[in-house]
Design a protein around this ligand. Structure first.
Ligand code: SF4
Length: 205
């Protein structure tokens, strides 16, 4: 097929254009397509920073190869350090461009975060590379563990699963906002870092 180039963003700090290089039938879902795309800039280390923009339950990060697969918008989107992207379960090219535009905004945000963490010499960049390994038990260990149901879940463990998958914001645990639970908040900050706390819906910053 003829390659199709799209100018989707105007002032992105890293990526602004995407080229659809190939469209093939999707093996996973009949009637949908798999799209191969190329961004106008390589991603390199930005991929590890991008891990903190999405809830850990939606992320599979192969650290050794710096390959990130996002399970978002009902499909799998895989990003490579070269700027290559594959997207399955997609309706058509218009659908692919709509979704990739959102991902490109996240990429630019991750790039900005990486730049500012380099400036401030924080450890956030290092932390982001391990964040996709965090499991529900890690979150649970930092929660008040009273099973009070104020978040709408029957148990703190059920809440942990929903937070990790991005289905429930962290600040729905109202007891975390009480002054006597600040140790738990610090525990979460140490585990997740501030960027991931914000990604998971903590409004306290
Ligand atoms: S509101 Fe917080 S402490 Fe209460 S059940 Fe939910 S997660 Fe646990």
């Amino acid at each position: 097929m003829k390659e199709l180039e799209y100018d989707v963003l105007e002032n992105g700090s890293l990526v602004n254009k995407v080229t659809i290089k190939n469209i093939r039938p999707c093996i996973a879902t009949e009637g949908k397509v798999r799209v191969l795309m190329q961004l106008d800039s390589p991603l390199g280390d930005v991929i590890s920073s991008l891990v903190t923009i999405y809830p850990p339950g939606k992320v599979n990060y192969v650290k050794k190869k710096k390959i990130l697969t996002l399970s978002i918008y009902g499909r799998l989107i895989t990003l490579y350090p070269s700027g290559k992207i594959t997207m399955n379960k997609t309706l058509d090219k218009e659908d692919a461009i709509e979704i990739i535009t959102d991902v490109m905004k996240a990429i630019n945000q991750a790039y900005d975060n990486l730049e500012s963490s380099a400036d401030s010499k924080t450890t956030e960049k290092v932390k982001s590379q391990d964040i996709s390994q965090i499991g529900p038990l890690d979150i649970y260990n930092c929660l008040p563990q009273t099973d009070c149901e104020e978040c709408g879940e029957k148990t703190c463990m059920a809440f942990s699963f929903k937070v990790l998958s991005g289905d429930k914001p962290l600040d729905k645990c109202l007891p975390l906002q009480e002054p006597w639970n600040q140790e738990q908040v610090q525990c979460l900050e140490k585990l997740l870092g501030r960027q991931m706390m914000t990604t998971l819906g903590w409004e306290g910053y």
